[in-house]
Write a protein that binds this ligand. Structure first.
Ligand SMILES: Nc1ncnc2c1ncn2[C@@H]1O[C@H](COP(=O)(O)OP(=O)(O)O)[C@@H](O)[C@H]1O
Ligand SMILES: [Mg+2]
Length: 241
Protein backbone atom coordinates (compact mmCIF):
# COMPACT_ATOMS: atom_id res chain seq x y z
CA UNK A 1 0.00 0.00 0.00
CA UNK A 2 1.42 3.37 -1.02
CA UNK A 3 1.25 6.70 0.76
CA UNK A 4 -0.68 9.89 0.00
CA UNK A 5 1.32 13.07 0.50
CA UNK A 6 -0.64 16.33 0.64
CA UNK A 7 1.29 19.56 0.15
CA UNK A 8 -0.37 22.58 1.72
CA UNK A 9 0.52 26.16 2.58
CA UNK A 10 -0.98 29.21 4.19
CA UNK A 11 0.03 31.25 1.14
CA UNK A 12 0.60 30.76 -2.60
CA UNK A 13 4.15 30.80 -3.94
CA UNK A 14 5.75 29.00 -0.99
CA UNK A 15 7.13 26.27 -3.26
CA UNK A 16 4.58 23.43 -3.02
CA UNK A 17 4.69 22.62 -6.74
CA UNK A 18 8.48 22.83 -6.78
CA UNK A 19 8.65 20.47 -3.81
CA UNK A 20 6.09 18.17 -5.49
CA UNK A 21 8.30 17.87 -8.58
CA UNK A 22 11.39 17.41 -6.41
CA UNK A 23 9.79 14.64 -4.37
CA UNK A 24 8.54 12.90 -7.53
CA UNK A 25 12.08 13.09 -8.93
CA UNK A 26 13.58 11.64 -5.76
CA UNK A 27 11.03 8.82 -5.48
CA UNK A 28 11.46 7.94 -9.15
CA UNK A 29 15.23 7.65 -8.73
CA UNK A 30 14.53 5.24 -5.86
CA UNK A 31 12.50 3.09 -8.27
CA UNK A 32 9.12 4.09 -6.86
CA UNK A 33 5.94 4.86 -8.79
CA UNK A 34 4.35 8.28 -8.29
CA UNK A 35 1.00 9.78 -9.24
CA UNK A 36 1.28 13.56 -9.07
CA UNK A 37 -2.05 15.39 -8.88
CA UNK A 38 -2.22 19.08 -9.61
CA UNK A 39 -5.12 20.19 -7.39
CA UNK A 40 -4.59 23.93 -7.90
CA UNK A 41 -7.79 24.60 -9.83
CA UNK A 42 -7.51 27.50 -12.26
CA UNK A 43 -3.70 27.66 -11.96
CA UNK A 44 -2.42 24.56 -13.72
CA UNK A 45 1.37 24.28 -13.48
CA UNK A 46 2.75 20.76 -12.92
CA UNK A 47 2.13 19.70 -16.54
CA UNK A 48 4.14 22.66 -17.76
CA UNK A 49 6.87 22.20 -15.14
CA UNK A 50 7.22 18.61 -16.36
CA UNK A 51 6.95 19.46 -20.08
CA UNK A 52 3.80 17.45 -20.81
CA UNK A 53 1.44 20.41 -21.25
CA UNK A 54 1.09 19.86 -25.01
CA UNK A 55 -0.31 16.37 -24.33
CA UNK A 56 -3.05 17.39 -21.92
CA UNK A 57 -6.53 16.17 -22.85
CA UNK A 58 -8.16 15.49 -19.49
CA UNK A 59 -7.72 16.98 -16.06
CA UNK A 60 -8.43 15.83 -12.52
CA UNK A 61 -12.01 17.18 -12.61
CA UNK A 62 -12.69 14.87 -15.61
CA UNK A 63 -11.55 11.92 -13.55
CA UNK A 64 -13.62 13.01 -10.55
CA UNK A 65 -16.76 13.44 -12.65
CA UNK A 66 -16.25 10.10 -14.41
CA UNK A 67 -15.49 11.68 -17.82
CA UNK A 68 -12.07 10.03 -17.93
CA UNK A 69 -10.24 7.17 -16.30
CA UNK A 70 -7.11 7.91 -14.31
CA UNK A 71 -5.16 5.88 -16.91
CA UNK A 72 -6.24 8.31 -19.65
CA UNK A 73 -5.82 11.51 -17.65
CA UNK A 74 -2.41 10.73 -16.10
CA UNK A 75 0.45 11.75 -18.41
CA UNK A 76 3.71 9.84 -18.21
CA UNK A 77 6.56 12.21 -17.43
CA UNK A 78 9.49 11.83 -19.81
CA UNK A 79 12.78 11.19 -18.06
CA UNK A 80 11.11 10.21 -14.78
CA UNK A 81 10.45 6.50 -14.68
CA UNK A 82 7.20 5.57 -13.02
CA UNK A 83 5.95 9.17 -12.62
CA UNK A 84 2.63 10.35 -14.08
CA UNK A 85 0.93 13.70 -13.64
CA UNK A 86 -2.74 14.66 -13.75
CA UNK A 87 -3.26 18.35 -14.62
CA UNK A 88 -5.61 20.63 -12.70
CA UNK A 89 -8.73 22.07 -14.37
CA UNK A 90 -8.64 25.49 -16.01
CA UNK A 91 -11.96 26.20 -14.31
CA UNK A 92 -11.69 27.87 -10.92
CA UNK A 93 -14.58 25.82 -9.48
CA UNK A 94 -13.41 24.44 -6.15
CA UNK A 95 -12.37 20.79 -6.38
CA UNK A 96 -14.05 18.51 -3.87
CA UNK A 97 -10.98 17.47 -1.89
CA UNK A 98 -12.99 14.93 0.10
CA UNK A 99 -13.82 13.10 -3.12
CA UNK A 100 -10.26 13.50 -4.42
CA UNK A 101 -8.99 12.05 -1.14
CA UNK A 102 -11.30 9.04 -1.47
CA UNK A 103 -9.97 8.42 -4.99
CA UNK A 104 -6.39 8.82 -3.77
CA UNK A 105 -7.07 6.09 -1.21
CA UNK A 106 -7.81 3.77 -4.15
CA UNK A 107 -4.85 4.95 -6.23
CA UNK A 108 -2.37 4.38 -3.46
CA UNK A 109 -2.99 0.67 -3.82
CA UNK A 110 -1.39 1.00 -7.28
CA UNK A 111 1.23 3.71 -6.77
CA UNK A 112 3.94 3.95 -4.13
CA UNK A 113 3.16 7.65 -3.75
CA UNK A 114 0.13 9.79 -4.59
CA UNK A 115 1.18 13.43 -4.22
CA UNK A 116 -1.60 16.02 -4.05
CA UNK A 117 -0.35 19.54 -4.76
CA UNK A 118 -3.06 21.85 -3.35
CA UNK A 119 -3.83 25.52 -3.86
CA UNK A 120 -2.24 27.85 -1.30
CA UNK A 121 -4.34 29.56 1.35
CA UNK A 122 -7.19 27.02 1.34
CA UNK A 123 -9.56 27.30 4.28
CA UNK A 124 -9.09 24.57 6.84
CA UNK A 125 -12.63 23.28 6.18
CA UNK A 126 -11.60 22.29 2.66
CA UNK A 127 -8.37 20.58 3.74
CA UNK A 128 -9.84 18.75 6.72
CA UNK A 129 -11.94 16.45 4.51
CA UNK A 130 -8.81 14.85 3.03
CA UNK A 131 -8.00 11.39 4.43
CA UNK A 132 -6.39 11.41 7.88
CA UNK A 133 -4.07 8.63 6.68
CA UNK A 134 -2.33 11.11 4.35
CA UNK A 135 1.02 12.63 5.15
CA UNK A 136 0.29 16.38 5.34
CA UNK A 137 3.23 18.68 4.67
CA UNK A 138 3.07 22.44 5.04
CA UNK A 139 5.56 24.30 2.87
CA UNK A 140 6.49 27.69 4.27
CA UNK A 141 8.94 30.41 3.33
CA UNK A 142 10.74 32.35 5.99
CA UNK A 143 8.72 35.55 5.83
CA UNK A 144 6.96 36.58 9.02
CA UNK A 145 3.40 36.64 7.68
CA UNK A 146 3.76 33.23 6.03
CA UNK A 147 5.17 31.78 9.26
CA UNK A 148 2.41 33.24 11.43
CA UNK A 149 -0.36 32.03 9.11
CA UNK A 150 1.21 28.58 8.89
CA UNK A 151 1.02 28.42 12.67
CA UNK A 152 -2.69 29.27 12.53
CA UNK A 153 -3.31 26.71 9.77
CA UNK A 154 -1.49 23.93 11.66
CA UNK A 155 -3.34 24.74 14.89
CA UNK A 156 -6.71 24.70 13.15
CA UNK A 157 -5.92 21.43 11.36
CA UNK A 158 -4.90 19.78 14.62
CA UNK A 159 -8.52 20.20 15.77
CA UNK A 160 -9.37 17.76 12.96
CA UNK A 161 -6.64 15.32 13.99
CA UNK A 162 -4.31 16.47 11.20
CA UNK A 163 -0.76 17.37 12.18
CA UNK A 164 1.20 18.59 9.17
CA UNK A 165 4.97 18.38 9.15
CA UNK A 166 6.95 21.37 7.97
CA UNK A 167 9.26 22.16 5.06
CA UNK A 168 10.98 25.52 5.29
CA UNK A 169 11.67 26.57 1.70
CA UNK A 170 13.74 29.31 0.03
CA UNK A 171 15.91 29.50 3.10
CA UNK A 172 18.64 32.14 3.06
CA UNK A 173 20.79 32.28 6.19
CA UNK A 174 21.12 36.02 5.88
CA UNK A 175 18.17 38.19 4.89
CA UNK A 176 18.45 41.28 2.66
CA UNK A 177 18.24 43.58 5.69
CA UNK A 178 21.18 41.75 7.27
CA UNK A 179 19.08 39.96 9.90
CA UNK A 180 19.15 36.19 10.29
CA UNK A 181 16.22 33.83 10.04
CA UNK A 182 15.58 31.96 13.22
CA UNK A 183 14.62 28.42 12.22
CA UNK A 184 13.79 27.49 15.81
CA UNK A 185 11.36 30.41 15.86
CA UNK A 186 9.70 29.22 12.66
CA UNK A 187 9.26 25.71 14.03
CA UNK A 188 7.80 27.07 17.28
CA UNK A 189 5.44 29.45 15.47
CA UNK A 190 4.23 26.67 13.20
CA UNK A 191 4.11 24.22 16.11
CA UNK A 192 4.94 21.52 13.61
CA UNK A 193 7.63 18.89 13.25
CA UNK A 194 10.41 19.92 10.87
CA UNK A 195 10.83 17.64 7.86
CA UNK A 196 13.58 19.65 6.22
CA UNK A 197 15.00 22.99 5.13
CA UNK A 198 15.32 23.74 1.40
CA UNK A 199 17.69 26.57 0.54
CA UNK A 200 17.07 29.33 -1.96
CA UNK A 201 18.72 27.98 -5.10
CA UNK A 202 19.09 29.73 -8.44
CA UNK A 203 18.92 26.35 -10.22
CA UNK A 204 15.21 26.27 -9.33
CA UNK A 205 13.97 29.51 -10.88
CA UNK A 206 15.00 28.59 -14.42
CA UNK A 207 13.75 25.09 -13.98
CA UNK A 208 11.72 22.91 -16.28
CA UNK A 209 11.68 19.17 -15.80
CA UNK A 210 12.95 17.00 -12.97
CA UNK A 211 14.75 18.63 -10.05
CA UNK A 212 18.11 16.93 -10.08
CA UNK A 213 20.94 19.30 -9.37
CA UNK A 214 21.79 21.94 -6.81
CA UNK A 215 21.41 22.47 -3.09
CA UNK A 216 17.58 22.58 -3.18
CA UNK A 217 17.44 19.23 -5.02
CA UNK A 218 19.79 17.68 -2.47
CA UNK A 219 17.62 18.96 0.40
CA UNK A 220 14.40 17.69 -1.22
CA UNK A 221 16.03 14.28 -1.77
CA UNK A 222 16.80 14.05 1.95
CA UNK A 223 13.21 15.06 2.71
CA UNK A 224 11.92 12.34 0.35
CA UNK A 225 14.02 9.78 2.21
CA UNK A 226 12.57 10.97 5.56
CA UNK A 227 9.01 10.71 4.15
CA UNK A 228 9.96 7.21 3.06
CA UNK A 229 10.77 6.39 6.69
CA UNK A 230 14.56 6.47 6.41
CA UNK A 231 16.52 7.87 9.30
CA UNK A 232 18.24 10.88 7.74
CA UNK A 233 19.38 13.33 10.42
CA UNK A 234 18.00 16.86 10.22
CA UNK A 235 20.47 19.67 9.59
CA UNK A 236 22.11 21.09 12.64
CA UNK A 237 20.17 24.34 12.97
CA UNK A 238 23.05 26.11 14.71
CA UNK A 239 25.33 25.29 11.78
CA UNK A 240 22.81 26.62 9.25
CA UNK A 241 22.69 29.89 11.14
N1 LIG B 1 14.17 26.66 -3.13
C1 LIG B 1 13.89 27.54 -4.08
N2 LIG B 1 14.86 28.36 -4.58
C2 LIG B 1 14.57 29.28 -5.53
N3 LIG B 1 13.35 29.46 -6.08
C3 LIG B 1 12.34 28.68 -5.63
C4 LIG B 1 12.55 27.69 -4.62
N4 LIG B 1 11.35 27.06 -4.39
C5 LIG B 1 10.46 27.65 -5.21
N5 LIG B 1 11.02 28.62 -5.95
C6 LIG B 1 10.36 29.50 -6.94
O1 LIG B 1 9.27 30.11 -6.26
C7 LIG B 1 8.17 30.30 -7.13
C8 LIG B 1 6.92 29.68 -6.51
O2 LIG B 1 7.12 28.27 -6.40
P1 LIG B 1 5.92 27.26 -6.60
O3 LIG B 1 6.48 25.90 -6.41
O4 LIG B 1 5.18 27.54 -7.86
O5 LIG B 1 4.99 27.65 -5.35
P2 LIG B 1 3.50 27.20 -4.99
O6 LIG B 1 3.21 25.93 -5.72
O7 LIG B 1 3.50 27.03 -3.50
O8 LIG B 1 2.61 28.33 -5.42
C9 LIG B 1 8.58 29.65 -8.45
O9 LIG B 1 9.02 30.67 -9.33
C10 LIG B 1 9.73 28.73 -8.07
O10 LIG B 1 10.64 28.54 -9.15
MG1 LIG C 1 1.66 25.43 -6.99
Amino acid sequence: MGKTVVLISSKGGSGKSTVAVGLATAFSLEGKSVLLIDADEGARCLDSMLSVDSETVFDISDVMSGNADIENAALKVPGLNGVSVVPSPHSTDALDLGELGRLAEKWRTRFDYVIIDTKGQLPVERLSVLPKTADFISVVTTDRIAVRNTGLLCTKLSAFGIRPRLIINRFKPKMQDGSFVNIDGIIDAASAQLLGVVPEDKNISALQGPILIGTAAAAVFRIAARIDGKNIPLPDIKKIL
